[in-house]
Design a protein around this ligand. Structure first.
Ligand code: HEM
Length: 109
């Protein structure tokens, strides 16, 4: 949470100096004007600038290790469970606050 230093207009919203603002990471890449159909899982997206590992000088120091671990984990899962789908009638659930977390994902194979 920070206070604005000067009057400004951001995305059509009028801010006055001293207004309190917060950066909501949960909203990152959720704007359909920037990222088409943001709710659809598409690992080949080109337009996305994701913030999973943060941005700026404090960007995650372990990003490359984390990416490698995720590659290995996903490759092993796909090797053992190559064909799966969402459980009929189910939908992923999310918890949203400062971050956005998937709390439930029912799969069948
Ligand atoms: C999927 C796994 C991971 C995710 C999603 C993740 C995410 C993040 C994010 C968002 C930040 C930035 C926090 C901020 O802006 O204040 C961060 C920072 C950091 N991460 Fe990760 N991280 C992951 C794995 C790791 C691993 C495996 C390591 C170390 C082996 C690591 C070490 C760090 C460190 C040291 C920082 C602080 C960098 C700094 O403040 O300059 N992370 N991480």
């Amino acid at each position: 949470m920070k206070e604005t230093e000067a009057d400004a207009t951001v995305a059509g919203e009028q801010l006055r100096a001293g207004d309190r603002i917060a950066l909501n990471f949960a909203a990152a890449s959720r704007d359909p004007e920037v990222c088409s159909d943001p709710g659809r899982f598409d690992p080949t997206r080109k337009e996305i600038v994701h913030t999973a590992f943060g941005v700026g000088p404090h960007r995650c120091l372990g990003e490359h290790l984390a990416r490698l671990e995720l590659r290995v984990a996903i490759r092993e899962m796909l090797r053992q469970v190559p064909d799966f789908t969402l459980a009929p009638g189910s939908a992923p659930t999310y918890e949203s606050g400062q971050l956005r977390t998937m709390t439930k994902l029912e799969l069948v194979w």
